[in-house]
Write a protein that binds this ligand. Structure first.
Ligand SMILES: NC(=O)c1ccc[n+]([C@@H]2O[C@H](COP(=O)([O-])OP(=O)(O)OC[C@H]3O[C@@H](n4cnc5c(N)ncnc54)[C@H](O)[C@@H]3O)[C@@H](O)[C@H]2O)c1
Length: 386
């Protein structure tokens, strides 16, 4: 299938980034947003980004002009008629998304591929609202789309295989790293990353460690780019809490994904993180929070969080969410983890990972600390992921 002209619906953070990627790869990109202000802002932001790229000599002036000229900010969805692929990146609300897809179907040719950039909604349910569900697919980019290499390609149950192949080929031609993800809540990255936040919150809530120490241990000792509390403040507690809450609901109240009251309190208070000047940290003053740098204490923290992440990754493999290699690629390329979690498991020793989680279970007797059946079997058989 040949994909030339691309349509983007939603000119917010993700839509405008995806449009830039498509135009940089040489496609004409039609961008629609119901908000005129959003369209104007997206165009202004694009110009600024391209100017900066020219200043930094990443692209030439001629390339910048060509990329800009391949963007068409359109005022009506009817212009999408000629597009080969349309990527939806509007508000994360299933009813609104379904109605937009229905409208797109009334405009586009039957051969147009329709993709959603949803982070958390079932692609299968969106496809079910369409008259040609075979052409609906998830293309989950990461923020900021021009910089992050990973794209989770998420076929709905109904999606035609040829469309999956076409999307893989297209993403590779856009210099992205596509990985195949099963249509399950959170796909690969947002599912496997849950313990990064939840175990950190748990240790904070129980007074085991403070935020500065957990962030210090996870960055300086474990090699993550940002500590869990800095990252939650950066994402925004409204967004991060809502993702956790919706995952918890979508997995029928699976205890591993239970949201944290202390994060909910921050949302109630409007302490949403960096964007409001206050979250776990106060960004308006220098709080002078000093971490406890004790090596053994820091390893207890990193070991607990990393083992819980490995358990989640192993469970995703066990349940067929993605392959071993795709899981490790997703976490290193989608959220910049220092190592693939399954290769990390081999390094730490699978028996050690199981023992860490079993020890937590023996303290709490909570289902949350349950070793994945795959890890248990591998531990018994002395097996390795690689
Ligand atoms: N922000 C992220 O980190 C991120 C990462 C991956 C995926 N996503 C997903 O991408 C989608 C968009 O997220 P975002 O962060 O870009 O949101 P955003 O709020 O920045 O932008 C959404 C845009 O959609 C427009 N819009 C809303 N309803 C519309 C409609 N019916 N028709 C046309 N335009 C409409 C809004 O005016 C707004 O400009 C969501 O599904 C989100 O879950 C977000």
């Amino acid at each position: 299938m040949e994909i030339n002209s691309i349509g983007i619906i939603g000119a917010g953070a993700m839509g405008s980034g995806i449009a830039q990627v498509g135009a940089t790869a040489g496609h004409d990109v039609l961008v629609f947003d119901t908000s005129q202000e959003a369209r104007i802002q997206a165009r202004d932001k694009l110009q600024k980004i391209l100017n900066r790229l020219v200043e930094k000599e990443r692209i030439t002036d001629a390339e910048s002009k060509a990329i800009f000229s391949r963007h068409f900010f359109i005022e009506s969805m009817s212009s999408f008629k000629e597009c080969d692929l349309i990527i939806e990146a509007i508000v994360e609300n299933i009813e609104i998304k379904k109605s937009v897809f229905k409208k797109l179907e009334s405009i586009c040719e039957g051969s147009t591929l329709l993709a959603t950039n949803t982070s958390s909604l079932p692609v299968t349910a969106i496809a079910a609202a369409c008259s040609i569900p075979e052409r609906i697919i998830g293309l989950h980019f990461f923020n900021p789309a021009p910089l992050m290499k990973l794209v989770e390609v998420v076929p709905a149950l109904q999606t035609a295989h040829s469309h999956v192949t076409a999307c893989f080929d297209l993403m590779k031609s856009w210099n992205k790293i596509p990985v195949l993800a099963k249509d399950t809540p959170g796909f690969i990255v947002n599912r496997i990353a849950r313990p990064f936040y939840s175990e950190a919150l748990r240790m904070l809530d129980e007074g085991i460690a403070d935020i500065a120490t957990i962030d210090y241990a996870m960055t300086v000792k474990a090699g993550f780019r940002m500590g869990p509390f800095t990252l939650m403040d950066f994402i925004g507690h409204d967004v991060n809490f809502e993702v956790t809450r919706s995952m918890y609901e979508a997995y029928f109240h699976e205890p591993r994904y239970r949201p944290s009251f202390s994060q909910q309190q921050l949302v109630h208070a409007g302490y949403l993180g960096k964007k409001t000047g206050k979250g776990f940290y106060n960004y308006t003053i220098d709080e002078g929070k000093e971490p406890n740098r004790d090596t053994d204490f820091c390893s207890m923290i990193t070991n607990r969080i990393v083992c819980m992440l490995i358990n989640e990754a192993a469970d995703a493999l066990y349940l067929g969410v993605a392959s071993r290699d795709e899981i490790d690629t997703a976490m290193t390329k989608g959220v910049n983890y220092p190592k693939g979690l399954l290769s990390w498991a081999d390094e730490l020793g699978i028996q050690h990972v199981c023992k860490t989680i079993d020890d937590l279970y023996n303290v709490y007797h909570e289902d949350r600390y349950r070793v994945s059946p795959l890890l248990r079997r591998m531990s018994d058989e002395n097996d390795l992921f690689y």
